[in-house]
Write a protein that binds this ligand. Structure first.
Ligand code: DGL
Length: 278
């Protein structure tokens, strides 16, 4: 049976970071409804094994399917790196991650064929950005750097703090010495550090935001499958709890506070669910 065009898009992340992807979907696909799940009870995924991240992701997909979603976006680089291949094979709902869109834009952006990737330990160890980039153009060199301290600094709200600047400068030092001209912000939190990273990396380095590119990939996918929402009503309605639904596995108040600092409207009611039940 063909999926329902009016159904929502399911989006998930290990916690709040995927809201940067939600923000882009809201901006670029304003007619689409969204069901978001943030795994705030089990975050971070960035330092967990592939097996664990895949198990968590399977449970979340199961939950999202109970919400009758028509497509799923893995709005987490680590889960995209560890789980997308398996989930694509197992799931009858179209599913995309953030890594492929980010990699393909970086390939188009680089002039000197030297790309840097900053991400969690799991994403860097998976080598997925490197593999996808070099599949597209074997001459490109990719330099990866895990930056584990940046996620807690963003969650603390220190996105313009001198301490965060210092930490980012240390992490980027080697990549900049490698003369990269393109830098992939390969973790959902990093687009919130865009202006700070711009200062550290300098004007000559192109910053790639996989969140934006993912919203474009989603748009193409929905059009191709004729799953885009044709209902003008949804495009015109003010965002509310019917259009956008939020779920988290823990600490919903903290989730709401962060969400309200990222999203263009005030979230009222995030629901807590027991993700282990799925
Ligand atoms: N959302 C994760 C990512 O994009 C970062 C946070 C975490 O480690 O879970 O890789």
């Amino acid at each position: 049976m063909k999926a329902d065009r009016y159904a929502p898009i399911g989006v998930f992340d290990s916690g709040v970071g995927g809201l940067t992807v939600v923000r882009e979907i809201m901006r670029n696909l304003p007619a689409e409804r969204i069901v978001y799940f943030g795994d705030t009870a089990r975050v971070p995924y960035g330092n967990k094994s592939k097996e664990t991240v895949l198990r968590y992701s399977r449970q979340i997909v199961k939950f999202l399917k109970t919400q009758q979603v028509k497509a799923i976006v893995i709005a987490c680089n680590t889960a995209s790196a560890h789980a997308l291949d398996d989930l694509e094979l197992e799931t009858d709902v179209p599913i995309i991650g953030v890594v492929k869109p980010g990699a393909s834009v970086a390939v188009k952006a680089t002039r000197n064929k030297r790309i840097g990737v900053i991400a969690t330990e799991g994403t860097i160890k998976s080598n997925l950005y490197q593999k996808l980039i070099q599949q597209a153009d074997p001459k490109i060199q990719v330099f990866g750097k895990a930056c584990p301290l940046l996620v807690p600094l963003v969650e603390e709200g220190w996105t313009r703090d001198p301490i965060t600047y210092e930490v980012a400068a240390r992490y980027l030092d080697k990549l900049l010495q490698e003369d990269i001209d393109t830098l992939i912000m390969g973790c959902t939190h990093y687009p919130l550090l865009r202006s700070l990273l711009r200062e550290v990396a300098g004007e000559k380095v192109t910053l790639v935001n996989p969140a934006y590119e993912t919203s474009q990939a989603l748009k193409r996918l929905l059009l191709e499958l004729e799953l885009d929402n044709p209902d003008i009503y949804w495009e015109q309605t003010e965002p509310d709890d019917e259009k956008y639904r939020f779920y988290a596995s823990d600490a919903v108040e903290r989730f709401n506070a962060f969400a309200n600092s990222v999203l263009p409207y005030e979230i009222q009611s995030t629901k807590q669910i027991q993700i282990d039940d799925y």
